[in-house]
Structures are given as structure tokens and as C-alpha cells.
Design a protein around this ligand. Structure first.
Ligand code: LLP
Length: 420
């Protein structure tokens, strides 16, 4: 459920007409709903109630906007970060360092050091050498770093290949058959408090079965590690729960997910941790755009909108579907292609799609753009960096400015030798 709906024939976000945001801020612009973020945060937490006292770390990469993080911090969420930049955002939003988990296959020595210095809650180690280096950095500070070992369970998540992370050929985690030996070596290091294991098998999962299979493997590993004398206190089960992108699609609910988790992890005797991203943010945002032209095509017309692949990369990167709707639909329908102004055929959001009839100058939205939308934007084709707006009831605020091409140009230099 989200809070983007028609009121008197015009799409609103909560109490604000999207047309009013377009008027004030211009287009393209991402629009987020506070109430939807709050609702998703609560539904996910309630879904996991059967699993006991869990730790929830919102995966910042899905939507790292500072105001969004603030909303989720208010909901009691910690954070899963994958870079020094994301760590800085979590702290700036008021998320306590002890509630932050640091994932990622390429944490630098500088990032590990900074995280230690701010009192990070947990490092999810991706390889043995990282653990050895972290232990050394911590020991030099007279500390022990809290950590888990990320394991690759070799399970096919059944999602798009580019967002699948838990197969043995993927770059993430240590192979599950090597995990006991690596765990034993790292557990012996004085600078490390190795408290458990972590997994994350992929994103936009449409079924619970692959998650269940991965969790079962982790359960067996936990038993094996315990038998070897390691006290296992925490298991981080990652993120990955998918969301519907097309009207009518049905996905496992947080309640169904929570029931499965409680069943599979029964008797583990650990604190479970989660890193949800998309399920919290996906349907909490839309990309608001304006139709520039409706260009007759050889087969279907092209609706050329002012948003492009640099603003919303998912269709070009993963052939992803985002529902398209007119802000003031007339009721008439048309079959059209939808594309942006960027000079690549890949800058196409949809082909031969049945959509609300639109004409030049009309406003429209791409739905389910709250996760992996603005954060993946670029300035390709020297376009502006897309702004973000947060709605709360009947008020709204620009929570990320439109960064203009002039500003980006001003950060570039012509070296002396090219000046004359
Ligand atoms: N934890 C780790 C270690 C992750 O790598 C990810 C996502 C998450 C948690 C959150 O997963 P979620 O709950 O959002 O599925 N750009 C792609 C998605 C990339 C996901 C990367 N890792 C997309 O637009 O579909």
C-alpha cells in the first residue's frame, strides 16, 4: 500500500497534488511519501515479530536521502552501509553508530579505520584478509571489532543476474564449505569479536523458497560452528524481499516472510538481523516527469518525457518495469513507447505499453521509484542531477536540490597547458 492516489481526478502524494510539486520544483523530480515509508517500516517490523527481538538495519543504498534516513531513524531503524559515504549519511541522520552494519566486498583500510573510530556496531567481513586487517586496526586502538563472517550459501535467488549475490561464482562472501576454517582462524585474533555469520543472496526476490534454502544452510553452519566451540550470538539474514512493480503482481508479504523466518530459525538461539532496502523504500517514491513530445513512430508513437535513463537507470540496466500513469488521466488509453531525451536507444522506459493517453506538456509518473532511483542517477548527456521532494501530509519540502549542469561544469578545469 502507498499514498499516491487520485483525488478529484488528479494524482496526489498524501495531501499534496503532484501538479503543485511540478509547478514549484519543476520536472523531473522524485517525490517521496513519509506516510508510506513509515507504514512499510512498521509492517516489516510487525511481520518479523514472530522471530523475536530482531535488529533492523535499513539498507541505505536503496534510498540514501538524508530526510528519508531521518524518517527511518525515527522508526527505530539502524542502517546497513556499504561505503564511508553511506556511513557518514547514517550518522548525519542521527542513526547511532552502534546500530550500523558495514557490508561490502571492498571496504578500504581508510573506511575500516573510520568505522572503528566512530564506534560502528558490526562489520560483515567478506574475506579472511579483511578480517585480519580489521583485527590489526582494532588491536592498535586497544579495541575489539564486532564482526560477522559473510557466507556465500550457493543458492540461486531466482532474480535478475545483475542483482543476484548468493551463487558461488558471485563476488560476495566466503564459500560456505570454507567458512568453518576461516571462522576458526579469524575467531582467534585478539582484535576481533566474531559474533556470528551473515548472508544476503540477492534483491527483488519474488519467492521465499530461495531465502528459506539459504537460511537452512546457514542454520546448519551455525550448528557446526557451535559444535566447534564458537559462541554464535548473531545471524544477519540480509535483505532482498521483492516488491510488486506492476499493478496486480503479488509478492510474499513481510508477514509471510516473518513466519518463514521464525519457522526456519527456531531454536537457533541468536539475535537475528535484517537489511531490508527495497521493501521499505520501493513504493514510497515516484518519479514525476513531463511529456515533452508525443512523436509519431513507425509502429507506435513515442512519448518523449523529460526524465531519462540518467534519472531512473533501472529499465536500461535491468529491463525493469515501472508503471506509468498520467497525473490527470482523462480515461482514454493509448499504446505507446515511452522514452527519455538521452541519445541512446537504451533510454527507453517501455515499448508498446497500454498507458493513459498523454500529450505534450502533460505530467506523468513512474511508480515504485523510491528504491534504487535517485541514488543511481547520473548527469549523463550533461543533464542536471535530479532533485528529490519529501511529502508529509499536506506539506512538502525539497530534500535534495537539482544540481545544474553549470554547477558540474564549474567543478571541471582546463589545465594550463591547454589554455593558450
Ligand atoms: N544487504 C546487502 C548486503 C545488499 O547488497 C543489499 C542490496 C541489501 C541488503 C538490500 O537489498 P534489498 O532489500 O533492497 O533487496 N540496483 C538494483 C538493486 C541492487 C541491490 C544491491 N544490494 C536494482 O535497482 O534493482
Amino acid at each position: 500500500m502507498d499514498h499516491f492516489s487520485l483525488v478529484d481526478g488528479a494524482l496526489h502524494c498524501e495531501g499534496v497534488p503532484l501538479a503543485a510539486i511540478a509547478e514549484a520544483v519543476g520536472t523531473p523530480v522524485y517525490v517521496y511519501s513519509t506516510a508510506t515509508f513509515e507504514r512499510h517500516a512498521r509492517v516489516f517490523r510487525e511481520g518479523l515479530a514472530p522471530a523475536g527481538d530482531v535488529h533492523l538495519a535499513y539498507a541505505i543504498k536503496a534510498n540514501p536521502n538524508l530526510a528519508v534516513l531521518r524518517v527511518l531513524a525515527r522508526e527505530g531503524y539502524g542502517a546497513d552501509v556499504v561505503s564511508g559515504g553511506e556511513l557518514a549519511r547514517a550518522l548525519a541522520a542521527g542513526i547511532p553508530a552502534k546500530d550500523v552494519v558495514f557490508s561490502g566486498v571492498g571496504k578500504t583500510v581508510g573506511e575500516l579505520s573510520t568505522a572503528l573510530d566512530v564506534g560502528l556496531g558490526q562489520f560483515n567481513l567478506e574475506l579472511e584478509e579483511e578480517g585480519v586487517v580489521l583485527a590489526g586496526l582494532a588491536a592498535a586502538r586497544g579495541m575489539r571489532a564486532d564482526a560477522t563472517l559473510r557466507v556465500n550459501p550457493d543458492v540461486d535467488a531466482g532474480t535478475h543476474a545483475k542483482i543476484s549475490t548468493g551463487k558461488r561464482e558471485n563476488k560476495f562472501g566466503v564459500p560456505i564449505d570454507q567458512a568453518p576454517a576461516i571462522f576458526a582462524r579469524l575467531a582467534g585474533l585478539p582484535g576481533l569479536a566474531l559474533r556470528g555469520v551473515a548472508i544476503h543472496i540477492g534483491s527483488q526476490l519474488s519467492e521465499l523458497a530461495p531465502l528459506e534454502a539459504a537460511y537452512a544452510r546457514i542454520g546448519a553452519l551455525v550448528a557446526e560452528l557451535r559444535a566447534a566451540g564458537h559462541p554464535i550470538e548473531r545471524v544477519d539474514l540480509g535483505g532482498g524481499l521483492g516488491v510488486p512493480y506492476r499493478a496486480g503482481e503479488v509478492f510474499p508479504s513481510p508477514a509471510e516472510y516473518g513466519a518463514m523466518v521464525a519457522r526456519v530459525t527456531k531454536g537457533w538461539g541468536v539475535r537475528l538481523m535484517f537489511e531490508p532496502g527495497r521493501v521499505i523504500a520501493g513504493n514510497a517514491g515516484v518519479l514525476l516527469t513531463k511529456v515533452i513530445w508525443v512523436k509519431p513512430g513507425a509502429i507506435n508513437p513515442y512519448v518523449i518525457v523529460d526524465a531519462a535513463m540518467n534519472d531512473l537507470a533501472r529499465p536500461a540496466m535491468y529491463d525493469a518495469w515501472h508503471d506509468f500513469e498520467a497525473v490527470s488521466p482523462s480515461g482514454a488509453r493509448m499504446t505507446a513507447n515511452i522514452a527519455g531525451p538521452v541519445c541512446e536507444s537504451g533510454d527507453t522506459f517501455a515499448m508498446a505499453r497500454d498507458i493513459d493517453t498523454v500529450k505534450s506538456g502533460d505530467l506523468a509518473i513512474f511508480r515504485t521509484a523510491g528504491a534504487y532511483g535517485a541514488t543511481m542517477a547520473s548527469t549523463y548527456n550533461s543533464r542536471a542531477l535530479v532533485p528529490e521532494v519529501l511529502v508529509d501530509g499536506d506539506r512538502f519540502a525539497v530534500v535534495a536540490d537539482r544540481i545544474l549542469p553549470e554547477t558540474i561544469l564549474a567543478a571541471e578545469r582546463i589545465p594550463d597547458w591547454l589554455k593558450a
